[in-house]
Design a protein around this ligand. Structure first.
Ligand code: ADP
Ligand code: UDP
Length: 235
């Protein structure tokens, strides 16, 4: 399968068309951004980690009965995925308080929730991804009630799998962002990526941050989270 034309270049990935109308190739870059694109940088090797980790986790999720866009890893930085129309919602699951949740509600980071929370942001760069509830999404035609219920059920199922998977390698899954898309036949599948760019990972013993917060917050050794997660997953 060969790349044909570039369809899109985002902040962290490029998307290419292929000879097959239903498949695209995603190519992971080392570019990193934070704070709505205000902070820019490079994290050497990040693209490789995100590609390999995301592909591995999606393949595992498929085995658990969660449909995903993943088809095949073609090299260290690239994968073939089903082309989807992205549901313009960032679906955020939280197990432990951190980031914008801690800020919004004036609480410290690290509160372990009795049960996971879910929230949606409207995926719209011009509007800076505003928080959106299910009623807003239905009102604006972003998704139907049934689609939102399906997305919620999938997101919580994905959380249960990932929480257990990461705990097994000594990592707490604090929070993460998912994106879903619709394939040509209308099936809703997990899309985009699952990586240290889109998840908060804390070492289970020390709470050391092993994710993009090292970059966002200038914690030093920005590649450490990526390299350490890679080591723990793939040895
Ligand atoms: P951003 O658009 O936020 O800068 P990226 O650099 O990660 O993000 O770009 C990848 C883009 O590809 C995102 O807009 C994402 O929604 C989209 N995408 C992810 N998976 C698929 C897919 N299977 N089919 C089509 N588009 C996808
Ligand atoms: N997240 C993401 N993309 C975004 C916003 C958030 O991948 O555009 C992830 C982020 O990595 C974290 C989770 O979603 O794991 C929750 O992020 P939060 O709302 O706390 O925002 P942040 O503190 O990153 O601004």
């Amino acid at each position: 399968m060969e790349k044909t034309t570039q369809l899109y270049e985002g902040k962290a990935k490029k998307v290419f068309a292929t000879e097959d109308d239903n498949l695209v190739i995603v190519s992971y870059k080392d570019d990193a951004t934070a704070f709505d694109g205000l902070k820019k940088g490079t994290i050497t090797g990040k693209g490789v980690v995100n590609n390999r980790m995301s592909n591995y986790l999606m393949a595992q999720l498929e085995k658990e009965g969660v449909p995903t866009h993943f088809v095949e890893e073609i090299n260290d930085r690239e994968a073939i995925v089903k082309k989807v129309s992205i549901v313009p919602l960032e679906v955020i699951i939280r197990n432990i308080s951190a980031g914008s949740f801690a800020k919004r509600f004036g609480v410290e980071e690290g509160i372990v929730f009795a049960e996971p929370t879910i929230e949606f942001s409207y995926k719209n760069d011009d509007l800076h991804d505003p928080l959106m509830n299910a009623y807003h999404a239905i009102a604006l035609g972003v998704a139907t009630r049934e689609e939102i219920e399906e997305i919620k059920a999938m997101a919580f199922k994905i959380n249960e799998f990932l929480k257990a998977f990461f705990l097994n390698i000594g990592v707490k899954l604090v929070d993460f962002k998912l994106e879903f898309g619709k394939t040509a036949d209308g099936t809703i599948v997990l899309a985009d990526e699952i990586s240290p760019d889109t998840c908060r990972f804390w070492d289970a013993e020390t709470n050391e941050k092993l994710d993009k917060d090292r970059f966002r917050r200038d914690l030093g050794d920005v590649t450490k989270g990526y390299d350490e997660m890679m080591k723990r997953i793939f040895g």
